[in-house]
Write a protein that binds this ligand. Structure first.
Ligand code: CA
Length: 230
């Protein structure tokens, strides 16, 4: 099996090198460029499976390049994860508007980025359906809707399953109840935010039977975080 090829476009040397290392540790093959012009020429030599693209770059910006790529016949299908330093909602929406498949905001943990890359690759069918999601000793098999912890099967309702899948693919970051409602139940659902707490409680109880309830952390006044860090 050939490795998934990720193209990293980032002008800050330290961050570009860190990303390269993190991705190689996760067994991706990595190409890296400090600007979009050099990224473009790397692409003509070796087609990437996914692009991790910094928002602010010298010359043609990441967001403008993403817009062009997504309209391109040859490159339009390559998933793009935008990396943004500014946390503003407006920028994220613009990023998704130009066709980016997801975004992460700096600062992000390496694990969060890898989880997002895997989720995007899975959605685009580039990681075979057998691609499993692993975090904190929990293993989820998306094609079988099956979860195991330390080799023990875990029984979950469809909602708890979706909630756990979201957490496993979005670790280390705090999500508000309304964000979780949007992401797990869907924007159009008419469910009260309290419902989120009910399902969190159930999921925690299930995880506690396997000694992993500590993974779901309550962040007072904001929401929940799924993390091994305390
Ligand atoms: Ca930059």
């Amino acid at each position: 099996m050939t490795a998934i090829n990720v193209l990293v476009v980032e002008d800050e040397d330290a961050i570009r090198e860190m990303l390269g290392m993190v991705l190689e540790q996760a067994e991706f093959s990595v190409q890296a460029a400090p600007d979009t012009q050099r990224a473009q020429s790397l692409m003509t030599e070796h087609m990437p499976d996914l692009i991790v693209l910094d928002w602010m770059l010298p010359g043609l910006s990441g967001v403008e390049w993403a817009r062009r790529l997504k309209k391109d016949k040859e490159y339009g299908e390559i998933p793009i994860i935008m990396v943004t330093a500014r946390g503003e909602e407006e920028d994220k929406i613009r990023g998704l508007d130009v066709g980016a498949d997801d975004y992460v905001s700096k600062p992000f943990s390496p694990r969060e980025l890898i989880a997002r890359i895997r989720a995007v690759l899975r959605r685009s069918g580039k990681l075979g359906k057998s691609g499993r999601i692993e975090f904190g000793g929990i293993v989820l098999f998306p094609d079988e809707h099956r979860v195991i912890i330390a080799d023990n099967p875990v029984a979950l309702s469809p909602t708890e399953y979706r909630l756990l899948e979201f957490f496993l693919t979005h670790p280390d970051k705090v999500y508000s109840r309304s964000q979780l409602l949007d992401q797990v139940w869907g924007r159009s659902s008419f469910i009260e935010e309290r419902t989120v707490d009910v399902h969190i409680r159930r999921l925690r109880k299930i995880l506690s039977e396997h000694g992993r309830e500590d993974l779901i952390q309550t962040v007072r006044g904001f929401g929940y975080r799924f993390s091994e860090q305390t």
